[in-house]
Design a protein around this ligand. Structure first.
Ligand code: BG6
Length: 460
């Protein structure tokens, strides 16, 4: 890994939920690995002392189940400082400047509501703190195509596109990173990925928990905005894009934007929306909410490589299982009379399990030990066993932002293309189908796959 060129990390919203659950464990892991080489300044409204912030760091690590080594924690604690104040008060920024004015290359991590992005950057610029900074920006980036464009325009009035690092934590997950390696470093994989050999692709993100304490956030968002526009379209772009050329991180951004431009907008007529029973009782949810907690849809890519190959995408909360996977389903091999009794076998599949237990599986047909019938065998590769401890997604992404490696962040064109693709699903007159908690979602979703291998139960 590179050494840092960022000389101070400033976290806006350091007292918030995301910081507690994700950022603090990631910072600890970076400290443990020796990669956190700059001071960390937290900024938030709470009138905490530095000691209180340090206590909160320790508590957050405890909650995350991290085994804390005192020496490493002390070393992390000595890097911390805290500036409290209202984000709309210029005095907060003047005090921040006193703390970070001696540094030249700040990384600002905005873990704050998107409605505050512009005003925080504006205030930073009013005290002359933006010109050398990079800005790590949390999702959601916009709520539809128009608002994403407007947000991009507003930010570009104050800072350059090159200064913006839009986070999608899925891109920090090992199996997602591995998609490019699997494809572009393996002669036996890449040539198979096209309409000649692939029948369909399935992307599933099933969660076995509901909206819990995030009712007021989720009810304004729904499954399409929450995970399809960002996480799942990123997965789609990685498995279908052309090979990036050149070494610059812009190369991958170009190819992702290219493939997303070729994706036909999603169609409400070939989509199924569901809401789990009991969702309306979740605190913060509007009593007659029409927000979907489940969506299944079918998309097509209009380019030479993928023409006619459907990509089925489904995502839902409160389902029977927690499983995120990418499944490439190949065409059936011709069944020649020499190789008998294969007709009953399903086609080959390449399954990348993202969560839980990142792994890769290839299914192949082989001969049964007795008789002449064929059977399916699986070649499984559990990543954790092969690769050892995998970095947490936020650990990897913060590391990359600190060290100037930007390929895992998303550029404005991909974000806008993704919104274009999901736009027709955002507020259609949708007929919501109620489904039971602990089920696999509305059965109506099965009809989407007509003519193709139906939805496959996730590989658990
Ligand atoms: C977040 C969504 O972006 O991703 C959540 O807001 C979702 O609703 C989460 O649960 C899933 O992430 P992971 O890493 O747990 O699969």
């Amino acid at each position: 890994m590179n050494t840092s060129n960022v000389d101070v990390l400033v976290i806006f919203g350091v007292t918030g939920d995301l910081a507690h659950k994700m950022t603090i464990p990631a910072l600890y892991r970076l400290e443990q690995a020796g990669y956190l080489q700059c001071p960390v300044v937290g900024v938030a409204l709470e009138p905490w002392t530095l000691d209180r912030l340090i206590e909160e760091f320790r508590a957050a690590l405890g909650k995350a189940g991290e085994e804390v080594n005192d020496r490493i924690f002390e070393s992390l604690a000595t890097k911390l400082s805290y500036v409290h104040g209202d984000f709309s008060d210029r005095d907060t920024y003047s005090r921040l400047k006193e703390v970070i004015g001696v540094y030249h290359n700040p990384l600002y991590y905005l873990e704050i509501p998107p409605s505050l992005f512009a005003s925080v950057i504006h205030e930073l610029s009013s005290v002359d703190l933006t010109s050398k900074g990079k800005f790590l920006i949390e999702k959601p980036f916009g709520t539809d195509l128009a608002s994403a464009k407007m947000l991009n325009d507003t930010l570009h009035e104050m800072i350059e596109e090159e200064q913006i690092l839009r986070i999608d934590h899925f891109l920090g997950k090992q199996p997602i990173l591995d998609i490019s390696y699997l494809r572009f470093a393996n002669e036996i994989v890449e040539p198979m990925l096209s309409r000649e050999h692939v029948d369909s692709i399935q992307i599933t993100m099933a969660e076995d928990f509901g909206v819990e304490d995030r009712g007021s956030f989720y009810d304004r968002v729904g499954a399409v905005r929450d995970v399809v526009q960002n996480h799942l379209l990123q997965v789609l772009s990685l498995i279908t894009m052309e090979i990036p050329t050149g070494q610059n991180y812009g190369a991958i951004w170009d190819k992702k934007a290219d493939i997303l431009r070729a994706v036909v907008p999603m169609d409400p007529k070939t989509s199924v929306f569901g809401q789990y029973e009991g969702y309306l009782e979740v605190p913060g949810v509007f009593p007659s909410s029409q927000t979907e907690t489940y969506v299944a849809t079918k998309v097509f890519i209009e380019n030479w490589r993928w023409y006619g190959v459907p990509v089925f995408i489904r995502a839902g909360k409160a389902l029977a299982v927690r499983a995120t996977e990418l499944r490439v389903i190949f065409k059936k091999a011709p069944h020649l009379s020499y190789v008998k009794d294969l007709g009953h076998l399903p086609p080959n599949e390449m399954i990348l399990r993202v969560d839980p237990n990142p792994s890769l599986r290839l299914t192949l047909a082989s001969k049964d030990a007795v008789g002449s019938r064929g059977r399916v065998v699986s070649l499984d590769l559990p990543f954790a066993e092969e690769l050892g401890r995998l970095p947490l997604p936020y650990e990897r992404l913060i590391h990359d932002a600190l060290s100037g490696e930007y390929s895992l962040f998303t550029r404005e064109d991909s974000v806008e293309e993704s919104w274009r693709i999901v736009q027709p699903l955002l507020d259609p007159e949708k007929s919501l189908i109620s489904y039971k908690k602990g089920s696999l979602g509305p059965l109506e979703a099965n009809a989407l796959c007509k003519g193709y291998l139906g939805w496959q139960n996730p590989w658990l």
